[in-house]
Design a protein around this ligand. Structure first.
Ligand code: NAD
Length: 394
C-alpha cells in the first residue's frame, strides 16, 4: 500500500522493550549504541523504556507490561525489543493464568505483532566474512560469505500462533488441548507480495546464479492452510514474471537451507515454519547471537534479535550483543527509508560495517563465536562495535 511520503524528523520516538534475562542486557547495549550515534548523525532518539516480560508479571501479578504500554508502542516511530521469557519459582516458564495461560511476555512480542499488524517478520540470513561456525564444540568456516545472502519472510500474525484454541479440563485436569492454525487469504497475500517486492528491491538474486527468486515453503501435500498459501503465492507470482518461482516442502527445506543456501534469494513461509527454520538458519550465520528479526507492517515496525532471554546466560556478561546491535541498525535503516532520512541510512550502514569489522578481526567475540580461552564478555564486544561505529561516523 502506498503511504504518504514522510520527512526527516529532529527527534525520533522509540520504544525500548528490554524484557527478561539477556534481553535486558543486550537492550542496554543497543541504548548505548544509539546514544553514541545521536550526536554523530545530528539526530535525537527519545527513548521510552517500558519494562515487560515474565519478571514483570511475577512482580505485578496480573499483567506482563504496564496498562498504557500498547498505546505507547502504537504512538512510537519504531520499537526495539530485547527478549522475553522467565521461569517461575517452580523452574517452569511463567504463564499468565488470568489470560488463558499465555506466556508472560506475550503482549510485547506476539501481542504487538498482531495488534500493530506487523505482518512480515523479515529475517536476513548472511554470513559475515571470517565467521567461524561453532559446531560440535569446534570452530571452523563451514559456510562462506559468498554463498549465503537470503532473506526469510515469515507470516507474523496468524498460523499456529494465532492464539485460537484452548484446553478442556475434565474433572479439573487438562485432558484436551487444541491450537488452531489460521491461514487467511488476506494475510498470505500481504506477506507474499512483500516477499516478491523485496526480491525486486534487492535485485541481486541468489548467490548461486544471480536469479531473483522467491521460494515458498509449505506442506501443501498435507495441510489445507498450506494449499491456500501456495494458491495465493502462485497468483501473486504471476504478477512478477521477472522473479523466479520456487516451491519447497518444509521438511526437505530444513535440509536444503543448510546444504544449498546459495540457491536462495527470498524465502516466504507461514508463522511457525518460519520461526523454526530461521533458528535453524541462524546456525549458518554463526548462531542466534547473530540473527535479527524485523517485524514490519505498513504503519509500525519492531526490531529484535531472534533469540530469547537465555536464562542460563543471564547476569553473566556472556550473551552475544551483535544480533541486538544489528536489530538497532535495521531499525535505523527502516526509519531512514520511511522518512527519507539519509543520516539514519548512514547509521544503519555504519552498524552493519562495524559488526562485520569485529567478526573479520576475530576479536573480541563472545563464547558462541570462539573458543572458551579466547571468549570475551558481552560488554567488551559491544564496546568494540561502538568503537567501530564511531570510527565510521567520525
Ligand atoms: N522473541 C522472544 O522474546 C523469544 C524468542 C525465543 C524464546 N523466548 C523465550 O526465551 C526463554 C528461553 O528460551 P530458549 O532457551 O528456548 O531460547 P533462547 O534463544 O533464549 O536460548 C537458547 C540458547 O541459545 C543460545 N543463545 C541465545 N541467544 C544468545 C546470545 N545472544 N548469545 C549467545 N548465545 C545465545 C544460548 O545457548 C541459549 O541457551 C523462554 O522463556 C522462551 O519462551 C523469547
Amino acid at each position: 500500500m502506498t503511504r504518504p511520503a514522510r520527512s526527516p524528523k529532529d527527534v525520533y520516538e522509540l520504544v525500548l522493550l528490554p524484557g527478561d534475562g539477556i534481553g535486558v542486557e543486550v537492550a542496554a547495549e543497543a541504548r548505548a549504541l544509539l546514544a553514541l550515534i545521536e550526536p554523530k548523525l545530528g539526530v535525537r532518539f527519545a527513548i521510552d523504556e517500558i519494562p515487560c516480560g515474565g519478571k514483570f508479571y511475577l512482580e505485578h501479578g496480573s499483567r506482563d507490561w504496564p496498562e498504557d504500554a500498547e498505546a505507547r508502542c502504537r504512538a512510537a516511530d519504531a520499537i526495539l525489543l530485547g527478549a522475553v521469557g522467565w521461569n517461575g519459582p517452580d523452574g517452569q516458564p511463567v504463564n499468565m493464568k488470568n489470560q488463558g495461560g499465555k506466556m508472560a511476555g506475550w503482549s510485547p512480542v506476539i501481542g504487538n505483532r498482531i495488534k500493530l499488524d506487523l505482518y512480515a517478520n523479515v529475517r536476513p540470513v548472511k554470513v559475515l566474512p571470517g565467521m567461524k561456525h561453532g559446531l560440535a564444540g569446534k570452530f571452523a568456516e563451514v559456510w562462506q560469505a559468498a554463498d549465503v545472502d537470503m532473506v526469510v519472510i515469515r507470516e507474523n500474525t496468524e498460523g499456529l500462533y494465532s492464539g485460537m484454541g484452548g484446553v478442556l479440563e475434565t474433572g479439573g485436569r487438562a485432558s484436551v488441548a487444541t491450537d488452531t492454525r489460521v491461514i487467511t487469504r488476506v494475510a498470505s497475500e500481504k506477506v507474499i507480495r512483500r516477499a516478491f517486492e523485496l526480491s525486486r528491491e534487492r535485485g541481486r538474486g541468489a548467490p548461486a546464479d544471480g536469479k531473483k527468486r522467491v521460494t515458498c515453503v509449505v506442506k501443501h501435500n498435507v495441510l489445507h492452510g498450506c494449499k491456500l498459501f501456495l494458491d495465493v503465492y502462485k497468483e501473486i507470482a504471476a504478477q512478477y514474471p521477472d522473479v523466479e518461482q520456487d516451491v519447497a516442502i518444509v521438511d526437505a527445506f530444513a535440509m536444503f537451507v543448510l546444504t544449498q543456501p546459495q540457491k536462495y534469494d527470498v524465502v516466504v513461509t507461514t508463522n511457525m515454519f518460519g520461526d523454526i527454520l530461521t533458528d535453524l538458519a541462524s546456525v549458518i550465520q554463526g548462531g542466534m547471537g547473530m540473527a535479527v528479526g524485523c517485524n514490519v507492517g505498513d504503519d509500525h515496525a519492531m526490531f529484535e534479535p531472534i533469540h530469547g532471554s537465555a536464562p542460563p546466560l543471564a547476569g553473566k556478561d556472556r550473551a552475544n550483543p551483535m544480533a541486538m546491535l544489528l536489530a538497532a541498525g535495521e531499525c535505523l535503516g527502516w526509519l531512514g527509508r520511511r522518512h527519507g532520512d539519509e543520516r539514519l541510512i548512514r547509521g544503519h550502514r555504519a552498524v552493519e560495517a562495524a559488526v562485520a569489522a569485529v567478526i573479520a578481526r576475530g576479536a573480541p567475540l563472545t563464547a558462541d563465536l570462539t573458543t572458551p580461552e579466547r571468549a570475551a564478555p558481552r560488554s567488551a564486544v559491544a564496546a568494540a562495535v561502538r568503537d567501530e561505529v564511531a570510527a565510521r561516523l567520525a
